[in-house]
Design a protein around this ligand. Structure first.
Ligand SMILES: Cc1cc2nc3c(=O)[nH]c(=O)nc-3n(C[C@H](O)[C@H](O)[C@H](O)COP(=O)(O)OP(=O)(O)OC[C@H]3O[C@@H](n4cnc5c(N)ncnc54)[C@H](O)[C@@H]3O)c2cc1C
Length: 515
């Protein structure tokens, strides 16, 4: 039976549920009588995953679309500015190393062959430092903009670090009071409907049956609708990306006004890596590891050793460590019948490069923009959605794997990560190509590519990969153009280092403005 899509029920009140609710409600006038009705149901008893503190620059447009101001967001979510990631000790385990993956593309990217120029003229400097001013800003804990730069605009491209719990709270208040989202706190007990057909309704513990035309599964790792009801399998990626465990901890600053890092710090260890995220009030730190290579106890020791660099044993003993387990993979399809999965219910791969929330934003935006007018055309929308997100998940996997395959670290975990059988075919092919030409737009041709060619350049050359070795004569006739961009970048670096406030100064300014 064909019927118009007027009512949407979202299951789950984590970041995925509320971002999806906000984006759909903002696009479809849910606060008005004739708008699309959006209801979000979340359990009081089942906690959200509670991590997910690093975002991409896409979050600026998302917040702006939903109608949350930047100062409100920064003040209410203990947010700080993120300008990229720094990878420490990923290249080898014999001597210290580090490189940046900033959010800004190399200066002159796409206009000339900067890679060739850097390789021949400036390889004594890291690729990212030579071609972008952003790593220099990160080195000095600088903010990506000035006090008077308009909200959500930047001198340098930026995303955020945030407190995930406070973010869900702000989104809840905003979506309910400003966007007309109906909020129900209750447990979903059962899905009503044949598994071969559309879902009719959800049976809840205290609110009876909740009927809708479209159901969005944001129930996190529970995957209530997409997995438990429809039995859509997860395509495991554990043979490519081995990590399936994490231990998270929140760490206070030793002194209140300590510099806030303007980037995520990811430090490699023998069976995974450690994230370190600076918020104004605390740091969020966590050890990601593969349970096939390390016990939980070994991972805990790895994390404790990291903390011991700046904390006393007594202070470490006071912290609460939270273990998290996950199965790396993504759904065979994300949109099935009248149900679409977003967030952890759709899949999850380790948090390296923080792509999960970006995928949530992209999913929610596509649902909002392409919301089918009726159930008869829904299969077409579902097919398009599935094709697009299948492509995106595969690109995420290849890009994350790139971080591992060039490492010279020696433990079994790293050796196995380099084995050809664990590397996706497309990535292997591209790596062969990139020995002779740098990553370019031609390698990533979709609109809204999840990781652009510039990101691949930062990882490749940060990890010491060589395209056209230094000794090879240049194939490119553009050294003068490239030299100009290089010089430009030197000048911009001086200008912004002296003109930009620190990350903490800008945060304090925005918080004061909000109050
Ligand atoms: C270790 C780790 C680090 C991460 N770091 C990052 C990062 O830096 N950046 C990033 O982008 N992402 C990161 N992520 C991913 C990110 O945390 C998630 O994508 C994000 O929080 C969205 O989660 P979610 O809303 O899908 O699920 P959840 O937060 O788990 O929410 C699930 C919701 O479903 C509800 N629910 C479940 N069952 C029922 C039921 N029966 N009835 C009613 N309600 C129900 C729960 O109450 C809850 O509200 C990380 C993940 C992990 C595991």
């Amino acid at each position: 039976m064909n019927k118009p899509v007027k009512k949407i029920v979202i299951v789950g009140g984590g970041t995925a549920g509320w971002l999806t609710a906000g984006l759909i409600a903002a696009e479809h006038n849910s606060q008005s009588e004739n708008g699309i009705q959006v209801t979000l149901i979340e359990s009081k008893e089942i906690a959200t995953i509670g991590v997910g503190e690093g975002t991409w620059p896409t979050m600026r447009e998302t917040l702006n679309t939903i109608g949350i101001t930047e100062s409100e967001f920064v003040a209410c979510c203990d947010a700080s500015f993120k300008q990229g990631s720094q990878f420490v000790n990923w290249r080898n385990d014999s001597q210290p190393d580090s490189y940046y993956h900033p959010f800004l593309a190399p200066h002159g990217f796409g206009k000339s062959n900067q890679v060739d120029y850097w390789c021949k003229q400036h390889n004594n400097q890291s690729f990212a430092h030579a071609l972008s001013y952003q790593p220099h800003l990160c080195d000095q804990g600088k903010a990506p903009k000035q006090f008077q730069t308009p909200p959500y605009a930047g001198v340098a491209n930026y995303g955020y670090h945030l407190n995930a719990g406070k973010f869900a709270t702000l989104l809840t208040q905003h979506c309910v009071s400003k966007l007309g989202v109906k909020h129900i706190q209750d447990n979903v007990l059962k899905v009503i409907g044949d598994t071969e057909q559309d879902i009719d309704a959800l049976l809840t513990q205290e609110n009876g049956e909740l009927a809708a035309d479209l159901f969005i599964d944001c129930s996190g790792l529970h995957a209530l609708l997409i997995s438990k009801h429809y039995q859509i399998p997860l395509i495991s990626q554990k043979d490519v990306l081995f990590n399936d465990s994490a231990i998270a901890v929140q760490v206070p600053y030793a002194i209140e006004d300590k510099t806030i890092a303007s980037h995520t710090i990811s430090t490699a260890h023998d069976y995974g890596w450690i994230w370190d995220i600076g918020l104004p009030t605390r740091r969020g730190i966590g050890c990601v590891y593969a349970s096939d290579y390390a016990t939980d106890q070994q991972a805990q020791e790895q994390l404790t050793n990291y903390l011991a660099q700046f904390m006393s044993t007594d202070d470490i003993a006071k912290l609460t460590f939270r273990p998290i387990k996950f199965s790396p993979g993504y759904r065979e399809v994300f949109w099935h019948k009248n149900c679409v999965a977003v967030g952890m219910a759709a899949g999850f791969i380790e948090p390296l490069e923080a792509s999960a929330l970006a995928l949530v934003e992209l999913s929610a935006k596509m649902i909002a923009k392409e919301l089918p007018a009726n159930t008869a055309i829904m299969p077409i929308t579902a097919k398009r959605f599935n094709q697009r997100f299948n492509y995106r998940w595969q690109r995420v996997i290849e890009f994350l794997k790139l971080h591992y395959v060039l490492s010279e670290r020696t433990s079994q975990y790293w050796q196995d990560n380099r084995k050809a059988c664990s590397i996706p075919e497309r990535l292997k092919e591209l790596l062969s190509l990139w020995q002779y030409q740098p990553p370019s737009y031609n390698d990533f041709t979709e609109i809204e590519e999840i990781f652009p060619a510039a990101s691949y350049q930062y990882i490749l050359y940060g990890m010491g990969f060589e395209t056209l070795p230094k000794t090879t004569e240049s194939r490119y006739n553009n050294q003068q153009v490239a030299a100009k961009y290089y010089q430009d970048n030197v000048q911009l670096t001086h200008k912004y280092l002296s003109g930009l406030p620190s990350n903490r100064e800008l945060i304090n300014y925005l918080v004061a403005q909000y109050k």
